[in-house]
Ligand binder design. Structure first.
Ligand code: HEM
Length: 530
């Protein structure tokens, strides 16, 4: 009898070879793993704990042993810690198993000591030595976090790249391919089917998952990358339970994982079939949602919870994106943009601003109402069961723009906190170029106006990198250059190098002007327009 762990998709059904879902989960400066994953990985030898690892590593060559070696002070680059620019002809000389260098994205690594630790095996790694292996590396596993794994093996820049800023090169995302179609993969266990989609690092993808009618085998899955949607129409081999058991979208890894429960627990020969198509940025669609909850949150705001009709749609927004809520009223269509608050932020028992992998069949909003506000005053009166329309997620926020920044300042005013809120978790969880300091200045009129005060306090208590300071206009606090100047002390190494701003138009303009006066460049500022 087959056990779950023995069930693997037959390779023949795939056009491309099956590759594992993989991203190295490593802390930035030193190679470290959270202890639970470290234990898990120590036994699997895979950078991700992925059980489908192809190559059995020799005893003593697990990921943990590699981390230990990296932290041992051994000279893994062979240059005694010096950074040495390397010409192509020099690189070509290091093409032996006992003397192996490899260039990836203009940076040369000495991979000699990594050979036996490489989960794909020595022969595979040897395919890239003595040359620029960027293309090959990306073809096999673009998601692997090589700067971190090979940090101690860095020899120097490839000479034609010497003129570039090497440090920036370390953290710069790979150039975006003009047309990147997410790569699909799948694995199964007796009772589960997991679909994987790989976009690219820092792609910050969005996801829309739709059950077709009430079908248990037909699913439409759309991956949003910037303004383009890649559509995967699935006809599964057999019925699955709706909604999925878990959905994980990695803004940083670019990996999407959808775990479906099979209605009948048995091995499948294949996942089924799929057709791929593309929708361009002009594509507009409205999704019908119903109100499940609409109740006061504080003296001038309310909470609105929307769920897709028959729970047939699951929506994960790219970080920093928003939706338009559309509401018919007196023959007109009222329309206003709102950013949902992170999943579980309002209703989890925990004080944490956090989310889990439970599928997002609901979207929750915190909305400030204005007595004379055409949209908010109408939305506030919605009764459970009423339907509204939601647009597809929109936005121009680029998570990758923050990748090279470790000290980030967030300026939010009033309800402008919602897009800022969506950044907290992805930034604090970022593995590459780990955040050092994330400071939120939250501007409100009075104490009573502050949203989610306890959650911010809890986050501050649990993560020393995060601080939240409330600034009240009733106490004379307001956005100004004087207020911001002390935060930009260029003598300090950890001065803020990126600022995200969201508030009413006047606040945004004042913040942007002050930041310009403080010599921040436009690429160091993102203003979410309210
Ligand atoms: C450029 C030449 C390379 C080739 C041809 C290559 C090939 C492979 C192959 C075939 C696998 C198994 C993946 C699969 O089963 O589909 C693999 C896994 C892996 N490789 Fe490489 N590799 C190369 C370079 C590197 C480098 C430079 C690193 C260092 C960071 C690396 C790190 C990894 C990791 C961490 C895995 C395991 C991924 C997982 O946990 O699922 N590889 N490689």
């Amino acid at each position: 009898m087959m056990t779950d762990s023995q069930l693997k998709p037959p390779v023949s059904v795939e056009k491309t070879p099956l590759k594992p879902p993989a991203v190295a989960v490593l802390a930035a400066n030193s190679l470290q793993l959270p202890s639970s994953s470290a234990q898990q990985l120590a036994s699997s030898g895979s950078a991700t704990g992925n059980p489908r690892n192809k190559c059995a590593l020799k005893p003593g060559y697990s990921l943990m042993s590699w981390i230990r070696l990296c932290n041992s002070g051994a000279d893994l680059s062979g240059t005694g810690g010096r950074v040495v620019p390397v010409s192509r002809s020099e690189l070509a000389l290091h093409n032996q198993v006992h003397d192996a260098w490899m260039a990836i994205r203009g940076r040369v690594f000495n991979v000699t000591r990594y050979m036996d630790f490489h989960p794909g095996g020595v022969d595979e790694l040897m395919r890239g030595v003595g040359r620029d292996a960027t293309k090959l590396f990306d073809e096999v596993h673009a998601w692997v976090n090589y700067p971190q794994l090979l940090g101690k093996c860095y020899v120097g820049p490839l000479k034609e790249n010497v003129a570039t800023n090497v440090e920036a090169d370390l953290i710069r995302p790979p150039p975006a391919p003009t047309e990147l179609v997410p790569r699909f993969d799948w694995i199964q266990q007796r009772s589960e089917l997991t679909l994987y989609f790989y976009t690219r690092r820092m792609a910050n993808p969005g996801l829309l998952l739709k059950r077709k009618d009430t079908s248990e085998v037909e699913l439409e899955l759309r991956v949003q990358m910037a303004s383009c949607w890649h559509v995967f129409d699935f006809k599964l081999s057999a019925a699955v339970v709706w909604p999925p058991r878990a959905v994980r979208v990695g803004p940083e890894t670019g990996k999407i994982e959808v775990v479906l429960t099979k209605q009948v627990a048995e091995p499948w020969l294949t996942y089924g079939t799929q057709e791929i198509s593309k929708l361009n940025s002009t594509y507009a669609e409205h999704l019908t949602y119903e109100v499940v909850l609409c109740e006061l949150f504080n003296h001038d705001s309310f909470e609105l919870c929307l769920q897709s009709i028959k729970q047939s749609v699951l929506l994960h927004l790219p970080v920093g994106y928003h939706l338009d809520i559309l509401l018919p009223h007196n023959g007109e269509l009222l329309e206003r943009s709102y950013t949902p608050v992170p999943h579980n932020c309002l209703h989890s028992n925990s004080e944490q601003i956090d989310a889990d992998a439970s599928p997002n069949v609901r979207n929750e909003f915190l909305i400030k109402y204005y007595e004379k506000g055409a949209v908010s005053s109408q939305l506030k009166q919605l009764q459970p069961g009423t339907t509204v329309q939601l647009s597809l997620p929109r936005g121009n926020f680029k998570l990758s723009a923050l990748e090279s920044h470790r000290n980030i300042l967030l300026l939010a005013a009033g309800s402008g906190i919602t897009p800022i809120l969506s950044l907290l978790r992805p930034l604090l969880k970022r593995q590459t170029n780990r955040i050092e300091r994330l400071q939120l200045l939250y501007f409100n009129k009075t104490q009573a106006d502050i949203w989610l005060k306890d959650k911010f306090q809890a986050l501050q208590d649990s993560d020393e990198r995060f601080t939240c300071k409330n600034i009240l206009s009733e106490a004379g606090g307001r956005i100004s250059q004087e207020l911001l100047t002390p935060l930009f002390n260029r003598q300090q190494a950890e001065t803020f190098s990126f600022v995200a701003v969201c508030g009413p138009a006047g606040f945004n303009t004042a913040a942007a002007n002050s930041l310009k006066e403080l010599q921040l460049k436009p690429e160091q500022i993102h203003v979410f327009q309210g």
